[in-house]
Ligand binder design. Structure first.
Ligand code: AKB
Length: 318
């Protein structure tokens, strides 16, 4: 039985990954750790929660020892738009948590999952059907961390035999914890704003900016399927392109307007988010993930819009 430590467990992905892992491996085998007290309290309501600054190598190693962890899921990250406001902090946090995860995994013989992102690509990458192995020259600190993280994770695998695996996540749409500081956040924010009185949303990303997106249930399945995949089948490791849908703000807002006719939208473009979204792929080619570990997404945009509106409405009447 696996014993998994999820670091950065209080964020958008961790909040839903922890219960997903608990269902698969049992509550006693999943330890959620976060820096913030409030998130630790929430984790303790549903299982095992620990306070951890993932850049503190000793405290991190102590938790791995205490719970006899054999798998580390490192979700610590400052996202793309916030990273541009605090590049040095983004580097320290994103790379510090990863380097600790890798060194601790090497010492205690753990496997490591760390998400990469569409943010690992840049303007000179082919934007349509972005290949698995292609030019990667991002011009955000977030992207620089992701590319460095992919290379470092592959290095720990080939040099030290650490079982490192990763996916390049698209923008993730979910109705648990909201994302913060990302360029794709609009595709979540819009659902919360549009069901408020006034039914209005102002978008900071240009209306025709296509980016890969994914619904949380597919993202969770990707993580656990990849970590359970037969290593003999993995030609790649860090990191797999995974795709399920691609749309621009205009298309998403039209789909919402079909369901909420008085919904209205306008744009107040954030130049940083505009530049980032323009540099990212429109849609990735995920055939390697499909061939090497059977990746197959289930959710498309129309079904996501229905599900998100229902879930966010339900939350708002509570
Ligand atoms: C962001 O927008 O920064 C993230 C991502 C795509 O990695 N959601």
């Amino acid at each position: 039985m696996k014993r998994i430590l999820v670091v950065g467990a209080g964020g958008q992905i961790g909040t839903e990954l922890v219960p997903h892992l608990q269902k698969l491996y049992g509550k006693d085998n999943v330890i959620g750790a976060d820096l913030k007290d409030l998130q630790v309290e929430k984790l303790r309501e549903g299982g095992i929660g620990e306070k951890l600054d993932a850049t503190d190598a000793n405290a991190f190693a102590d938790l791995v020892k205490k719970y006899k962890v054999d798998s580390i899921f490192n979700l610590v990250a400052l996202l793309s738009a916030t990273g541009e406001k605090m590049p040095e902090l983004a580097w320290k946090l994103n790379m510090g948590a990863l380097l600790n995860s890798l060194n601790i995994a090497k010492e205690f013989k753990c496997s490591v999952f760390t998400p990469s992102s569409i943010g690992a690509f840049g303007s000179s990458t082919p934007h349509y059907k972005t290949p698995q192995d292609t030019v990667m020259r991002p011009n955000t600190i977030y992207g620089v961390c992701k590319v460095a993280g992919e290379l470092l994770s592959d290095y720990y695998f080939t040099r030290f035999g650490v079982d490192t695996r990763s996916v390049r996540f698209p923008g993730i749409i979910s109705n648990g914890a909201q994302p913060g500081g990302g360029t794709t956040d609009y595709a979540v924010e819009v659902f919360y704003e549009i069901i408020k009185d006034g039914h209005h949303y102002t978008c900071e990303v240009p209306q025709d900016s296509y980016m890969d997106m994914m619904y949380m249930p597919d993202a969770l399945k990707a993580v656990t399927d990849l970590m359970e995949a037969d290593p003999a089948r993995l030609i790649h490791r860090n990191s797999f392109n995974i795709a399920s849908m691609s749309f621009c703000p205009k298309e998403l807002f039209e789909a919402i307007k079909k369901r909420i006719p008085d919904a209205s939208f306008d744009y107040d473009i954030d130049p940083v988010k505009a530049a980032i979204s323009a540099s990212w792929p429109d849609i990735m080619d995920d055939s390697c993930a499909r061939e090497e570990w059977g990746w197959k997404p289930e959710w498309g945009m129309e079904a996501v819009v229905d599900d998100m509106l229902a879930a966010v409405r339900k939350k708002s009447v509570k």
